[in-house]
Design a protein around this ligand. Structure first.
Ligand code: RP5
Length: 168
């Protein structure tokens, strides 16, 4: 299978968070690859990856990193593929990584999700792929319907919670 999504992480210590992205892509039947690459520790490998990803068939890149998180931005500087950044909570509650990823200079955007929000990154990647793939779009629609059903059920459960002044 040719991977359509690359999940890149700065370190395998990011894996427990990024597994959520992998699980979501699996559930959507989307082939993906997972690689550890670091803007600071393996800059040459990052360049090789970023400059060849599109030719290998990759369509969206998810880049996760913590601390001074330059991985997504550096990759985005070397490819026209959309890059989704996931700030990892490793210091300062992830605020350092969030700002490093989201505050890109004009011209090199990285679509940034919340701190540790690996599943949202995978959903966004899936939405990008769904623009040109009806089957993926149908699976996404099913997923969204499931989210709605969850809230409907939550409201049913809340109906049985009683307080003297609760009116519904
Ligand atoms: C970043 O530094 C990684 O993405 C990770 O979140 C953080 C710590 O990395 P390790 O020291 O655990 O390899 O590059």
């Amino acid at each position: 299978m040719t991977p359509l999504v690359s999940i890149i992480m700065g370190s395998t210590s990011d894996l427990p968070v990024m597994e959520k992205a992998a699980r979501f892509l699996d559930s959507m039947h989307i082939p993906f690859e997972m690689l550890a690459l670091s803007a600071h520790r393996t800059p040459r490998e990052v360049e090789k990856f970023a400059s060849s990803a599109k030719d290998r068939g990759v369509r969206v890149i998810i880049a996760a990193a913590g601390m001074a998180a330059h991985l997504g931005g550096v990759i985005a500087s070397m490819t026209t593929l959309p890059v989704i950044g996931v700030p990892i909570r490793s210091s300062f509650d992830g605020l350092d990584a969030l700002l490093a990823i989201v505050q890109m200079p004009p011209g090199i955007p990285v679509a940034t999700v919340g701190v540790n929000a690996a599943e949202n990154a995978a959903i966004l990647a899936t939405q990008i792929l769904a623009l040109s793939d009806e089957e993926i779009d149908r699976r996404l629609a099913d997923h969204k319907a499931g989210l709605t059903a969850k809230i409907v059920k939550a409201n049913e459960e809340l109906r049985s919670v009683s307080f003297p002044y609760k009116t519904n």
